[in-house]
Ligand binder design. Structure first.
Ligand SMILES: Nc1ncnc2c1ncn2[C@@H]1O[C@H](COP(=O)(O)OP(=O)(O)O)[C@@H](O)[C@H]1O
Ligand SMILES: O=P(O)(O)OC[C@H]1O[C@](O)(COP(=O)(O)O)[C@@H](O)[C@@H]1O
Length: 305
C-alpha cells in the first residue's frame, strides 16, 4: 500500500491543519496510508512519525498552528542521509511538505534524492517565490486589519502617532496588505525604506487632515523604533507603538485559508498519485506544479531584496 508522510515546517501558519486533513481525506479512498511527521524536518531525521486518519484530524482544521508541530533546523541539508534512512525504515516514498521558502528548499533536496515530494506554500508572510498566495496569509491579514481598525477608533478620538508593526520577516507583504486594506497613512516596508523627511511630509499631511497619523510597519524595517521616535518628536505627537508580534500568527484559519489549504492539498495528492514532484504554487488563482529546480529564491513585487 502506498504511504504518504506529511510534514509542517518553519513558521506555523493557520490552515496547515486543514491541509493535512484534506490530504488524508483525499488519500484514504485511494487506499493510501498517511503518516504525520512530528516537528518538521527535525522529526524526520529521527523518524518521529505518527499514524493519521482523516476523521481524527478533522477537529484540528478549525485551529491555528499545526498539531504536528514544526521546527527550524538550519543543518537539515547536511543531515539528509539520516532523513532518507528514517523514511526508508518506515517504507515511505511519498512526502508532502508544508512551509515557506526554506521548507520548500528542504522538499527540493528530498526530491533530488529520489523521493516523490510535493511542497505547498504555507506562511503568513506570503513571500513564497512565484506564488500569489500562501496558506495562512489571509488569516494574518484579517487579524492585522482588525487591529488596525481598532487602533483607528482610538486615534480618531484622542490623536496620537499610531504605528502598528506586523510580522513578515524581511518582507513587507503582510504589512502592505494590512495597511492598504485599512487605509493607513504610511507604510514602512523593508523593501522600500523612506527617507525621514519624506515620512515626515506624509505624516504632517495626515495630521493636518485628521489630527492623527496611522502607520503600518513590517518588523524588518531598518531602524524602525528609532525612525518612529524621531518622527514623533518632529511631528509633535505622542507615539503609540503596537507590536502584536506572534499573536498575529495564530487564530482560527479564515475561510479563504481553509479553502486554499484544501485546494492545494487535493491537487498535491493528485500529483503524488501520478508520481510528480514539485512546488505547488498559486498562479492566476490556480494551483500550478512548478519543478523545484525552477523555484526562485524569493518573491517580492519590488524586485530582489
Ligand atoms: N536551503 C535549504 N536546504 C535544505 N533545507 C532547508 C533549506 N533552507 C531551510 N531548510 C529547512 O527548512 C526549515 C524551515 O525553513 P525556514 O526558512 O526556517 O522557514 P520557512 O520554510 O517557513 O521559510 C529549516 O529549518 C531547514 O530545516
Ligand atoms: O517564530 P520565530 O522563529 O521567531 O520566527 C518569526 C518569523 O516567522 C514568521 O512568522 C514566518 O516566517 P516563515 O513562514 O518564513 O517561517 C515571520 O513573519 C517571522 O519573522
Amino acid at each position: 500500500m502506498p504511504k504518504l508522510a506529511i510534514l509542517t515546517s518553519g513558521g506555523d501558519a493557520p490552515g496547515m491543519n486543514m491541509a493535512v486533513w484534506a490530504a488524508c481525506n483525499a488519500l484514504e479512498p485511494r487506499g493510501w496510508s498517511c503518516v504525520g511527521v512530528r516537528e518538521g524536518f527535525a522529526g524526520l531525521l529521527v523518524g518521529n512519525f505518527v499514524g493519521l486518519n482523516a476523521a481524527s484530524i478533522l477537529p484540528y482544521t478549525r485551529l491555528g498552528g499545526t498539531f504536528l508541530g514544526t521546527s527550524r533546523d538550519p543543518g537539515f541539508r547536511a543531515k539528509l542521509p539520516e532523513a532518507l534512512r528514517a523514511l526508508q525504515a518506515a517504507d515511505i516514498n511519498h512526502l508532502m511538505v508544508l512551509g515557506g521558502n526554506g521548507s520548500l528548499q528542504g522538499a527540493r533536496i528530498l526530491a533530488q534524492a529520489g523521493l516523490c515530494v510535493v511542497g505547498l506554500p504555507a506562511t503568513i508572510d506570503n513571500d513564497v517565490a512565484a506564488s500569489e498566495e500562501s496558506i495562512g496569509f489571509d488569516t494574518a491579514l484579517n487579524l492585522g486589519l482588525l487591529l488596525l481598525d481598532q487602533f483607528r477608533d482610538t486615534a480618531e478620538s484622542l490623536p496620537r502617532l499610531c504605528a502598528l508593526e506586523t510580522l513578515g520577516g524581511s518582507t513587507g507583504f503582510l504589512a502592505r496588505a494590512v495597511g492598504q486594506a485599512g487605509g493607513a497613512d504610511a507604510l514602512l516596508l523593508p523593501e522600500e525604506p523612506l527617507p525621514l523627511e519624506r515620512l515626515l511630509e506624509i505624516t504632517q499631511t495626515a495630521v493636518a487632515r485628521h489630527r492623527f497619523a496611522l502607520i503600518v510597519a513590517s518588523e524588518g524595517y531598518p531602524g524602525l523604533e528609532a525612525t518612529l521616535e524621531a518622527l514623533s518628536e518632529r511631528v509633535g505627537l505622542r507615539l503609540r507603538f503596537a507590536r502584536p508580534s506572534h499573536t498575529l500568527r495564530g487564530g482560527r484559519p479564515s475561510a479563504r485559508d481553509r479553502l486554499l489549504a484544501r485546494v492545494l492539498a487535493e491537487a498535491g495528492v493528485e500529483h503524488l498519485a501520478n508520481h510528480r514532484s514539485g512546488a505547488l504554487l498559486i498562479q492566476q488563482g490556480q494551483p500550478v506544479l512548478v519543478p523545484f529546480e525552477q523555484l526562485e529564491p524569493y518573491k517580492t513585487p519590488f524586485g530582489q531584496v
